[in-house]
Design a protein around this ligand. Structure first.
Ligand code: ADP
Ligand code: SF4
Ligand code: MG
Length: 369
């Protein structure tokens, strides 16, 4: 999390949010359509991603937010089919990516060309993408050669040192020869980010990319992502529970709860008018400059496990507005231009006539969103 003071204030200033002009013509790069990813578990069929649809435009950042266990990582891993199958399976949907078409229909060879080339992914846990048996320099060099095969050995080495310098790794000349285990966790994280950006991907999937880093490094990495995005017109699918990062980075936001999308909007609109009780609850847990104490106002309870989602609205058990009709699942309905919310009271929430949470304090603390 960013330092408490000023997040909310900063968010309201909307330095990044709303930079996207509505007059710009957006070109979709990735379209996820009704994606369903299930797991067979001892407790029954788990449905962590259960009918999710969204799109990421070229050169833009879409943030996916939600508490731990909402299905954000499973969504990201489904795109590149990096899940263990079985027990996992893509039970339905399409993942349309640029000229490639539906990624779910590609051969293993084609999919490998997409991974790490056209789409790069950075994880919260760098161990997942750094190979322990090669030096970090070798791995970044491979990524560079992939899209610039004609570079000489010395030029590749120069590029490796440049990208390591960009992610603020000290003594890059020495680090190129180190193996991942010789680096600290934070440094490995940055080496992985360097490797992903060295591919110059069309789409970067960043799953909690800076959560493990300290605040100063975090700010530099976000700046680097933004700069790379501008230079290469890269799209970013940014998964985070940190609304401060969303405010700084995102053009558009989708909010996930219990395997479904419950609200989507341009970042500026979402911050100005959160129109789902769950989103309002997440915003309430942001540190604010107008509150004297640092108690986070968390939403009581927790995300239900994906084997036991309730019938009807899945937020029902935690929602202060829950009513009889919430036993039926509410559809995603438009509450403003390109702004949708899946709540029976969405229109009232959007207009401000109804608020899901008053200012009364709940004592539960949370480290997420
Ligand atoms: N391999 C797996 N087998 C069974 N359940 C899984 C597996 N991976 C993730 N899940 C479950 O899917 C749900 C969503 O997980 P995840 O996508 O990691 O959440 P988030 O990234 O939003 O915190 C969680 O309840 C998690 O336990
Ligand atoms: S549909 Fe009902 S339970 Fe669900 S978020 Fe809206 S008010 Fe709450
Ligand atoms: Mg996750």
């Amino acid at each position: 999390m960013f330092a408490a003071a000023g997040i909310y204030h900063f968010a309201c200033q909307g330095q990044r949010m709303g930079e996207q002009s509505s007059m710009e013509v957006a070109t979709p790069l990735l379209e996820v359509v009704d994606l369903k990813t299930y797991f067979r578990t001892d407790e029954g069929l788990a449905k962590p991603v259960d009918g999710v649809s969204f799109r990421v435009d070229r050169g833009k950042t879409l943030a996916v937010v939600g508490e731990s266990g909402c299905g954000k990582t499973v969504t990201a891993l489904s795109i590149l089919q990096l899940l263990p199958m079985p027990p996992g399976e893509i039970a339905g949907g399409k993942i349309l990516f640029g000229k490639r078409g539906d990624l779910l229909q590609l051969s293993t060879k084609e999919l490998q060309a997409v991974r790490g080339g056209e789409i790069a992914m950075i994880f919260q846990e760098p161990g997942t993408s750094l190979n322990p048996v090669f030096t970090v320099g070798h791995q970044i060099a491979e990524a560079i050669r992939l899209h610039r095969p004609n570079l000489s050995r010395s030029d590749v080495r120069r590029e490796v040192i440049r990208v390591l310098t960009e992610v603020k790794i000290s003594e890059p000349q020495r680090r190129v020869n180190q193996y991942p285990h010789e680096m600290s966790g934070g440094m490995k994280q940055r080496a992985m980010i360097a490797m992903a950006l060295a591919c110059e991907p069309e789409l970067l999937i960043a799953d909690e990319p800076t959560t493990a880093l300290d605040v100063t490094i975090q700010a530099r990495i976000l700046e680097l992502l933004r700069r790379t995005q501008e230079e290469h017109h890269m799209a970013i699918l940014l998964i985070t529970h940190d609304l401060g990062v969303v405010a700084e980075m995102a053009d558009d936001v989708v909010v996930m709860y219990a395997g479904q999308l419950i609200e989507r909007a341009a970042a500026r609109d979402l911050f100005a008018r959160p129109s789902h009780p769950y989103t309002q609850g997440l915003f309430r847990s942001l540190p604010r400059v107008d509150r004297r104490d640092d108690t986070l106002l968390a939403i009581e309870g927790s995300v239900p496990p994906p084997t036991r989602f309730p019938q009807g609205c899945r937020f029902r058990e935690r929602c202060p507005l829950a009513a009889e009709k919430c036993a039926e699942q509410p559809p995603l309905e438009e509450v403003g231009p390109a702004h949708t919310s899946a709540c029976w009271f969405a229109a009232d929430l959007a207009s401000g006539r109804t608020k899901a949470f008053g200012e009364s304090r709940q004592t539960t603390k949370t480290s997420d969103a």
